[in-house]
Design a protein around this ligand. Structure first.
Ligand code: MTE
Ligand code: MO
Length: 378
């Protein structure tokens, strides 16, 4: 993997894990633009990076479809067969901001699953490809009982002495409304190897885990995938579930990302000399729409300031909004800055006030209000 990290990623990526390679970009750069440049886009891998020859590439569509088929990349890109689609959308790993939960209590402690992400395991790109619904239609549509669509990635990973292909599934209802794309382009360029070349899935609004990279097989099934990534990882447990009572069946499969947000600058524990104002920057995201209102506080969450519309990037369905705000500050000493957001469904209560209320055994979806402390000097 290292070869592709060096070739395809910015030299100052923060290497969260070396193998499998996991990395996120430096905080201050990530929210400078609404679209994340490919070389700054976070990378989340469970195994190695397969080398696939696009000229010989095809994927299988099998299971509960009327006409199972092998489809080449050339066919998929033939606009007389499949209409092309492009969409700007964010991809967020459910492990984003996990480090805050680790500081509470490290939970499962499985390093492979629980990479210690900070606020950078999210990015936004313009994806180009074909709607999966059209591909299923091309294969004669669903057979009776077809309810979930399973994706297989060509990478392998180890767990407890066994080797698996990466595999996950999404319910067909998500596919039906054109919210699942088979993409070969990221920001107008062929997918980088590290992001799934030559073909990946992008599931808008769902946790990143469902957006299978290095796609080689699609299988229509009657129940969610039985693969370990689907059944044993990416489960959300109640806070009472831990090592001694975890059965996997007492967690639920995380699909849609809830509202979440983060302050990217200043950095936690920065010392700042100011003249009555401190500039904050960050992002806000909702997997079921867009963040409608974003608020920041300079006193730990007692008084909140709404970020004006012209300091938030535009509203795009399934995309984050990056923001900046000049916070009025008079006090000297330690200040606690925080951010919270509401989405267009006003799901405000889904951003818990403190990380304690979001804690779960596998340390997913740290959607609590993000807090940092800075030392302020006039
Ligand atoms: N697909 C395959 N084949 N293998 C993987 O390890 N990781 C998933 C998903 N798709 C993964 C995968 C996870 S958990 C996330 S968050 C996203 O890919 C990350 O996509 P990116 O690396 O392109 O940012
Ligand atoms: Mo992820």
């Amino acid at each position: 993997s290292w070869k592709y990290v060096q070739k395809e990623k910015s030299p100052d990526m923060i290497h969260v894990l070396q193998f499998p390679y996991n990395g996120e970009p430096p905080r201050d750069r990530l929210v400078k633009t609404e679209i994340t440049p490919n070389e700054d886009f976070f990378v989340r891998n469970h195994g190695g990076i397969p080398e696939i020859d696009a000229d010989k590439f095809f994927f299988d569509v099998e299971g509960l479809v009327n006409n199972p088929k092998k489809i080449t990349l050339e066919e998929l890109q033939d606009e007389s067969i499949f209409p092309r689609m492009s969409k700007t959308a964010s991809l967020q790993c459910s492990g984003t901001r996990r480090i805050e939960q680790i500081h509470e209590y490290p939970g499962d402690g499985d390093e492979l699953i629980n990479a210690p992400w900070a606020e950078g395991a999210i990015g936004t790109a313009r994806w180009t490809g074909v709607s999966l619904k059209k591909v299923i239609k091309y294969c004669g549509g669903l057979k009776e009982g077809g309810k979930h669509v399973e994706f297989f990635g060509a990478d392998t990973y180890f767990k407890k002495g066994q080797v698996f292909n990466y595999a996950v599934s999404v319910p067909y209802r998500k596919v039906k409304i054109h919210e699942v794309m088979l993409a070969w382009e990221m920001n107008g360029k062929p997918l980088p190897r590290i992001h799934g070349y030559p073909l990946r899935v992008v599931v808008f609004g769902f946790i990143g885990a469902r957006s299978c990279k290095w796609l080689y097989k699609i299988n229509v099934i009657g129940q969610p995938s039985l693969a370990p990534v689907q059944m044993k990882e990416y489960l959300y447990y109640s806070p009472q579930i831990g090592k001694h009572n975890n059965t996997y069946s007492n967690g639920f499969s995380i699909q849609t990302m809830p509202v979440s947000s983060a302050i990217m600058t200043p950095l936690n524990h920065d010392q700042i000399v100011h003249d009555g104002k401190i500039k904050l920057t960050g992002w806000a995201f909702s997997g079921s729409g867009w963040p409608e209102r974003v608020e920041v506080s300079g006193d730990g969450g007692h008084i909140w300031y709404e970020i004006p519309w012209n300091k938030l990037s535009r509203k795009v369905f399934y995309s984050w909004r990056v923001w900046e705000y000049e916070m009025p500050v008079d006090a000297e000493g330690w200040l606690e800055f925080c951010v919270r957001c509401w989405d267009d469904a006003l799901n405000a209560s889904t951003q818990p006030t403190f990380v304690r209320s979001a804690w779960n055994w596998d340390l997913h979806v740290t959607s609590s209000c993000h807090r940092i402390k800075v030392y302020s000097m006039n």
